[in-house]
Structure formats: C-alpha cells, structure tokens
Design a binder for this molecule. Structure first.
Ligand code: ZN
Length: 167
C-alpha cells in the first residue's frame, strides 16, 4: 500500500476520513488526516484495479472477477423481474465498495454479504437464492428463518401490486 505523508509535518501516519471514487472509476479521491498534527489534505490515487484479491473460505486466494460475480447474481435473478441494468448496477456498486477499501484482499464472505445486502433490496427471492448458495448458513434453522421472513414480505408485497417502477 502506498503511504501518503502529511504535507505539513511529513509524518507518514495518516488516517482516511473520506473516500470517493471518480465517475469513470479510474481514480480515488481521499480526504486524509495526519495522526500527529491533525492536518487534513486530499490525495488522488489511481488504484491498481486488477490487484484486488479475494480470499476464499478454504484459504485460497484468487483475483477478484466482476464477471464471475455477475454470473452468480444472474443465476439468482433467473426468471425474476430483475433487469440487466439492475444486475450491472449491483455488480458495479459492490465492486466500487470493495475497491474503496484500504485492503487489497477481501474475504469471499464479505463479497457475498455486500451482494446479498443489495440484492435483498432489488428482489427478495433472488436474495434468498443467492444467500442459500453463497453464504453457507451455520444452522439450517437460520436459513429457514431467513426464508420465512422473505416469504412473508413477498406476500405483503403482492397485496399492493401495480407500481413496479424501480428507484
Ligand atoms: Zn502532520
């Protein structure tokens, strides 16, 4: 990881207080604060997009693949009213979240959590399909509880049909 020395006192320990990815996704703007003198400054960084690594449950590490993520999500949203665009947005949101983190190695369960969090808002059934594959529940009861919750809210949702415009 690159160190960003404080421009004021030269101290190399700085804390990131805000991260913003540019619209084209090619650079990251960070607000930093010096841990010694509290001087605040902005750094513009070009992250190494290809170097994000995912650590899997078995301990092996592989390069992050947005394509792979997309395939997993597409499988979950099959036959649901989820558009291509929804999937693209979801993949991009998750990727930029991962890219904005300080670490270049993320766990596969974090990736799974980020996807399921967002998928839940897009489509409940797709969400439950996704978590059943991606996130191995430690207890079968845990999965059933989750499933029940989803089915309940599906029923509620079907009471008030018509408007299907996504926000
Ligand atoms: Zn300083």
């Amino acid at each position: 990881m690159t160190t960003m020395n404080c421009p004021d006192c030269g101290n190399e320990r700085t804390r990131v207080i805000d991260t913003e990815t540019s619209a084209d996704g090619m650079s990251v703007r960070r607000r930093r604060e010096c841990q010694r003198c509290s001087f605040r400054f902005t750094s513009y960084e070009r992250p190494e997009w290809d170097s994000l690594q995912v650590k899997k449950r078995d301990g092996s590490i592989e390069s992050f693949s947005a394509e792979k993520l997309r395939v997993g999500i597409e499988r979950a949203v099959e036959k649901r009213s989820v558009t291509e665009e929804d999937v693209t947005n979801l993949v991009e949101a998750v990727e930029s979240d991962l890219q904005s983190r300080e670490t270049r190695i993320v766990s596969s369960s974090l990736v799974g959590d980020l996807v399921s969090e967002r998928l839940r808002e897009v489509d409940q059934v797709a969400y439950i399909r996704f978590v059943s594959v991606y996130k191995a529940f430690s207890e079968p009861e845990e999965f059933l509880r989750e499933l029940d919750a989803v089915l309940d809210s599906e029923l509620d949702a079907s009471d008030s049909t018509d408007q299907s415009d996504n926000t």
